[in-house]
Design a protein around this ligand. Structure first.
Ligand SMILES: Cc1cc2nc3c(=O)[nH]c(=O)nc-3n(C[C@H](O)[C@H](O)[C@H](O)COP(=O)(O)OP(=O)(O)OC[C@H]3O[C@@H](n4cnc5c(N)ncnc54)[C@H](O)[C@@H]3O)c2cc1C
Length: 414
């Protein structure tokens, strides 16, 4: 290590940076992580507001993500589960869409729901069964196009897309044009069909906190913005740190700033409106979808899954809305609240608006061609880049990217 301060300098303590640092310290390298914020986790964050636990944008952890299985101590997170499937508001009914294999109790309500014609139900069930059982490696090799085009080719345009897939996927992808890569969409659906969606009892920030706790004390230097990186050097307000390898683990826009050759993807915006309701509008911890006007992408009574998110008997309702678009109008809470009255079929005038969380740079667009969904992380000359924009826009993608990057660093320093 002659002439350097550390083996590896990592810029950013989001999930990707943390995963990289955990693997490199486990391999006995000296690592420093520079983080401009005052906590680990980046886009995975939690705030306490009037005793409520509000994640910085409604997010869930999928227990079937390979990186979750590999890296996280799930029990220690005290996961609180949502029921699989969704309730879709269409016409005057709330229609259930559930996987009958996993929720046998909902077999007849799913089969006999009037949401879809029989032929559509059969086509949708065949598609979902296929992505649920096919190995991920094979899904990554299937012909790639936009999700909209892939669904059309399978005869799933019309009711299955409009009344279920588009509303369901919009909140996950941050877009409702289904412009996202069909390969990523297949993998997203696969993980929903195979795993449980959960939140940690104390909020999503418990995930990065668990990873950060595995690093030697003092590894992460909070409140330190990196202004410039170069071969073997990181420049920040505290001076210059010399390292054998430099890993840029910032958000995609930050990576474009520090590494001018890095393409910056379009970013999807997501807004979450949090309300406290004196009485839960629904007893079940199930996603409610807005299939007709799509004013909101989805809504859920969070406390039906995780009562610990509320300080008392009041229910916490999280509602995700796409946008705001760059030049579009801001999302209006009163419009959302009116729509929620229709979706849940209860008055919402006495709901308390706790907070609206706007994340303009929530998810990098994952439009085709993504290839095998893994972009290079080794830029040569001891420079590396990691993050969800190098893999897929998800917790799985960020952690997987960190894993690949740590391996690449170890190879290059060997
Ligand atoms: C509202 C919302 C909902 C989501 N829902 C889900 C979901 O349900 N399921 C799912 O799997 N995923 C979801 N995601 C996506 C997931 O949270 C992200 O893909 C993932 O957290 C990205 O991690 P990252 O490490 O790549 O980047 P980031 O989390 O952006 O981390 C980058 C870090 O770098 C730091 N940084 C940036 N520039 C500098 C600099 N110059 N110097 C020092 N530090 C710097 C930042 O402060 C940040 O901590 C959601 C995201 C949002 C915002």
């Amino acid at each position: 290590m002659a002439g350097t301060d550390v083996d590896v300098a990592v810029v950013g303590a989001g999930l990707a940076g943390l995963a990289t640092a955990v693997d490199l310290t486990a391999a006995n390298l000296t690592v420093v992580v520079f983080e401009r914020g005052d906590r680990p986790g980046g886009r995975v964050a939690t705030d306490r507001v009037d005793g409520f636990t509000l994640d910085r944008g409604f997010q869930v952890l999928n227990t079937s993500y390979p990186q979750v299985v590999r890296r996280l101590d799930l029990d220690a997170l005290e996961p609180r589960s949502f029921s699989p499937g969704a309730l879709v508001r269409y016409g005057h009914g709330l229609h259930r869409v559930a996987d009958p294999r996993r929720s046998p109790g909902y077999l007849s309500s799913t089969l006999f729901s009037e949401l879809l014609p029989w032929r559509s139900k059969v086509a949708l069930a065949a598609y979902l069964a296929e992505v649920a059982v096919m190995p991920a490696s094979r899904l990554r090799e299937r012909e790639e196009t936009t999700a909209a085009e892939a669904l059309r080719r399978r005869g799933l345009d019309g009711p299955p897309t409009e009344r279920f897939l588009r509303p369901f996927l919009s909140g996950v992808l941050g877009e409702d044009g289904l412009e996202t890569s069909s390969r990523f969409v297949d993998l997203v659906l696969r993980s929903f069909l195979r795993g449980r969606t959960v939140v940690p009892a104390t909020g999503m920030s418990a995930i990065p906190e668990q990873l950060a706790a595995r690093l030697p004390d003092g590894t992460v230097r909070y409140g330190t913005t990196v202004e410039q990186v170069g071969r073997g050097q990181v420049h920040h307000a505290g001076g210059t740190t010399r390292a054998r390898a430099v890993v840029v683990a910032t958000d995609p826009t930050g990576a474009g700033r520090l590494l001018p050759s890095m393409p910056v993807p379009a970013m999807r915006a997501l807004t979450t409106c949090y309300h406290a309701a004196p009485v839960p509008p629904l007893a079940e911890p199930t996603l409610v979808l807005d299939a007709e006007e799509r004013v909101v992408a989805n809504s859920v009574v969070l406390t039906a899954a995780a009562p610990s998110y509320s300080p008392d008997e009041r229910a916490l309702v999280a509602t995700s809305v796409l946008g705001p678009d760059r030049d579009g109008p801001p999302i209006r809470e009163d419009v959302v609240r009116r729509r929620l009255a229709f979706l849940y079929g209860v008055p919402t005038d006495d709901w308390e608006h706790l907070r609206t969380v706007v994340v303009t740079h929530a998810l990098p667009a994952a439009t085709p061609p993504l290839g095998d969904l893994r972009r290079t992380v080794d830029l040569g000359d001891g420079m590396f880049v990691t993050g969800d924009h190098r893999d897929t826009p998800s917790i799985q993608g960020a952690l997987a990217s960190g894993t690949r990057t740590a391996r690449a660093v170890l190879r290059s320093l060997a």
